[in-house]
Design a protein around this ligand. Sequence first.
Ligand code: GLN
Length: 471
Amino acid sequence: MSTIAELRRQFIAGERTPLEVFDEALAIIKEKNADINAFLEVYEDARSEAEVATKRYQTEKENTPPLLGIPLAIKNNILIKGRKATAASKILENYTATYDSTVIARLKMAGAIFVGATNMDEFAMGGSTENSAFGVTKNPLDTKRVPGGSSGGSAAAVAMGVVPAAMGTDTGGSIRQPASFCGLVGFKPTYGAVSRFGLIAMGSSLDQAGPLTNTVADAELLHGVISGVDSHDATTITEDTYVSRPLKETYTFGIPRKFLADGIDPDVLETFNAHVDSLKAQGHTIVDIDLPIFEKGLAAYYIVMPAEVSSNLARFDGMRYGLSVEGDTLLDVYQKTRAQGFGKEVKRRILLGTYVLSSGYYDAYYGKAELVRTKMRAELTETFKQVDFIVIPTAPTPAFKIGEQEDPLAMYRQDIFTVPVNLTGVPTLAFPMGTVTREGVSLPVGVQYIAPHGEDARLFSIGKKVYDERP
Ligand code: GLN
């Protein structure tokens, strides 16, 4: 599968049609999805939209909406009216969305066609897609390994070649880490750049929707379509809310060396060092920085996130949505529904969140974590006076094997490099920086460029230069 930009060019030139591309996508799904399990549902009926798009290109050519006929895969926590939105949970197994999320409404306006719903960790909690109630997704690059998570199905759908791009959500790395494990570009926008209306909430102060693509240019294109103020989400912002510094030819990159020493795979570190050398060779300036508080993000995240999870998931009570298990009393219904409907990891986080929010512990845990968050933001503000971007690896390891990370704490440690940016709300672009070899298989590893609030455009600009235009 080519890029969005290339497909669009071919559609306009009449070299290929949306219908052909849609049928190819379905053929790949039929051939591979039984094994990979990237898709929870395939929207075969969307073929009629591909027919309409094909006709429109014949007469309207470039005077068509920018994504007309482009097939996309959508993480199953993003609401599409009339389609099932399960968040890969038994509790929402039979829940059908009654409205379009803003992200979907905007993609529809731009002409995109949705080929199917992708698998994920239940309610986006996890980093391997092993927490799905509907089976693990395999990494198409090495089927013994996980595709990352929680947007693992979306990453696999692109890596399998079904679609040129897919939508994911990122609360603590769920777009960037699967991008790293599957060799893709992943973008976590400035908090508030993209409306959360119609996303099944995990941590409301952390969640953002964003694209998984093959090029930075495609990520920029999709972000341009889905972002912007939305009256349905009071936390959305306009780009000019922030003073964004102008684009430059060369930039200053800060490397938090001490942070990197923390449990990183030596091969990943070597690849990272080579990437930094290539930046120097391209004329950029590299400086060492210290981020003593930012580094502590993981500890703060695993307090703030479960606190928000426990509140957000209180709505799944057997009365309002999805599964309802009969009981003798109302309390009995709540208990039975939640006991049967939620998986192990979701329950663990609800318990943790309820604990840190309970009176007596609130000040000791939740209050402290929010304080740390404030200090992290202040530290970043100071740091960005010296540097344009912070650069760190996306994940400490390449894709691990299915079943390898049994201990939940070991799994949480995987998130060390991704969660600090969600806590501070800044934008981050992730893309492949090289490969490492495991058991004779070459596996991709990713790098992240972190920018100040609102400097999403600067990230796309540097990302296109460094990644899309690589020799
Ligand atoms: N892996 C992280 C977690 O388990 C991030 C999840 C996410 O971004 N949705 O919480």
